[in-house]
Design a protein around this ligand. Structure first.
Ligand code: TXA
Ligand code: MG
Length: 354
């Protein structure tokens, strides 16, 4: 049985959170809201509890988990080497959607890091998450609270759909604000490397450190499945709805023309089509179920709606999702990374875009 409790997202009731905190302390699993997506948490220092996360999600054992803490001071226990850049970045972006990868301490179980000698750590920017971690008194290992392979949950309905009956308690804190996961940044070397783009943009990191690079698997398919990429998550199918996703890149008019051409073709073949458009292009489509991801001039709105819309189209039962691309600047790099992966790395370039 999974308990579901609703809390106030601005002023979470601490007595309600204490039930969930006790479950964590006793080795159980708790789904909690964060500013990025919902997380499926367990005591990071308890291997037996962490194992339950992998089972509930159906997650491959070689994909490491992010450890969530409520206070920067806890870093010394979890990381064995803390570079200077950590303090600069934590000072600027924590609490917030930035996960920093550092050499792990011996306290962190191998199960959490999937055998790697590094650990990813972040302080989430959400009052309920912070209060929960504080009350539990332990670091909390938590991947996104979805069944492995599906889009991450940004609404409690998504969590209930995926994990009801598989976890001890779900804390309903309403919708997640950012809607995409944290940026995973490896700070073990001289130049910090973005392993997964997310809520904190490359531009923001560069402004603090003066340099940052982006791992090539942010856009490229990882092909050699026997070797180890720096971020094991890139090996797996991800963010994939049941429908086939086709991502189109080009100017607005070229994209719309290509999507119209393809949707007409699919519809003639008795396929059901969903179109992921934007506020600026909604009116350009003649066929299919057309939904806007948000405003191109405020790409954070697009980030916020992406996972929800992928899941919405699955609920409608569409066979194909035709999606527009957006600019790969700012949060756009994270949006495009998720879209490219949802599309299985197939991008249709039209006009002069690519
Ligand atoms: O926003 C988020 O990061 C959410 C919330 C719940 O905090 N969590 C999340 O966790 O997205 P998950 O497990 O779905 O994704 C974690 C990603 C994976 O791609 C994993 O491979 C990578 O971070 N990762 C974790 N630890 C790592 C490490 N030590 N080295 C390299 N990559 C790591
Ligand atoms: Mg995930």
């Amino acid at each position: 049985m999974t308990q579901i409790i609703r809390i106030d997202k601005i002023k979470p009731e601490s007595e309600k959170l204490s039930t969930a905190a006790k479950i964590l302390t006793n080795g159980g699993t708790v789904v909690f809201p964060t500013e990025t997506v919902y997380g499926l948490g367990a005591n990071a220092l308890d291997e037996y509890a962490v194992k339950k996360i992998f089972t509930a999600k159906g997650r491959p054992a070689d994909n490491p988990l992010i450890v969530h803490i409520c206070d920067t001071a806890q870093i010394d226990k979890l990381a064995s080497r803390v570079p200077e850049s950590f303090f600069e970045l934590a000072g600027k972006f924590w609490p917030g959607p930035l996960t920093m990868v550092m050499k792990k301490s011996s306290l962190v179980p191998d199960l959490v890091t999937a055998g790697l000698d590094t650990v990813g750590i972040r302080v989430p920017d959400h009052p309920a998450a912070l209060e929960l971690i504080k009350q539990a008194g332990v670091p909390v290992a938590a991947p996104s609270a979805n069944v492995s392979g599906l889009p991450s949950p940004t609404k409690v309905e998504h969590v209930i759909n995926d994990l009801d009956g598989k976890v001890d308690i779900i804390i309903d804190g309403g919708d997640c604000l950012v809607g995409l996961e944290s940026t995973v940044l490896d700070i073990t070397g001289d130049t910090p490397v973005i392993l997964r783009p997310g809520g904190i943009t490359p531009e923001q990191i560069e402004a603090v450190l003066g340099k940052v690079s982006v791992d090539r698997f942010v856009y490229e398919r990882f092909k050699n499945l026997d070797s180890s990429p720096r971020s094991p998550g890139v090996k797996y199918r991800h963010y994939s709805p049941r429908a086939q996703v086709i991502l189109v890149e080009g100017s607005l008019t070229e994209m719309a023309a290509e999507i119209n051409r393809r949707s007409e073709c699919f519809i003639n073949n008795k396929k059901r089509v969903g179109i992921m458009a934007t506020d600026q292009t909604m009116h350009m489509y003649a066929h299919g179920t057309v939904m806007s991801l948000g405003d191109r001039d405020r790409p954070e709105t697009i980030a916020g709606n992406l996972f929800g819309l992928l899941r919405y189209f699955d609920r409608l039962g569409v066979d194909v999702i035709l999606a527009e691309s957006i600019d790969r600047t700012g949060i756009g790099i994270a949006v495009m990374n998720r879209m490219i992966r949802a599309a299985g790395y197939n991008i249709v370039g039209v006009g002069h875009a690519e």
